[in-house]
Design a protein around this ligand. Sequence first.
Ligand code: ADP
Ligand code: MG
Length: 248
Amino acid sequence: MNAARDFVLSVEDLTVSFDGFKAVDGVNLYVDRDELRVIIGPNGAGKTTLLDLICGKTRASAGTIQFKKKELTKMAEYEVVRAGVGRKFQTPSIYENLTVYENLEVSFPRGRGVFGCLTFKRTPDVVERVNSVAETINLKDNLHKEAGALSHGQKQWLEIGMLLMQEPELLMLDEPVAGMSVKEREQTADLLNRICKGRSVIVIEHDMQFVKRIAHRVTVLHQGKVLCEGSVDKVQSDPKVIEVYLGH
Ligand code: ADP
Ligand code: MG
């Protein structure tokens, strides 16, 4: 049914088994361009493992992951990045001793040859992208601050910015507002609403207030399988979802 449509990401029958235990078990997932998909589900449902499979960190036992018609399941992690997939992990990996500007600058994708790696100039395209990304992530006034001096929330935004420097067509974020203040959560929701334009975004999140502010569609995972999928209203009123997740 979905085969005829042009999804950016088509995951089919995806399964990974760890010593016989299926952490992800026959998952199908189709994500459009300009779509912000949220994945929810109880702890241990397989949400992080699903992102690990898509970004090439974990090898699938079965199934396919088509991204812009390219098969990702056999690719190395760096090849998946090159294909246009950016992934943010739960703990930020920024360079604390570099400024915001420098953190963004070093994330600009460089040439693949020896010269691309060794020579790095502040060319106009780099400067322009740093400034535009800094604006998107609300850090324009902090460009010359050391990243280590940023608030917890700002560090998370900086890491999102570092991913945006690569202009990924699919961006995946694992619990991006964990530990953030209410105000930072609101600003992160606005940020995500801005950056899903022109790309696809997948967010794993528990905070249902936050999910309501960002989700176009929600996929509920439970025991490695898709339990329910649809609008926030649809999944929130689904008795199965209430039983295994929202009721607690
Ligand atoms: P979630 O992110 O939804 O909380 P995870 O994807 O982290 O869940 O984990 C799903 C299940 O898979 C858990 O039971 C977890 O213990 C197990 N698991 C995840 N990674 C591995 C691994 N590398 N080896 C063995 N078991 C794993
Ligand atoms: Mg997780």
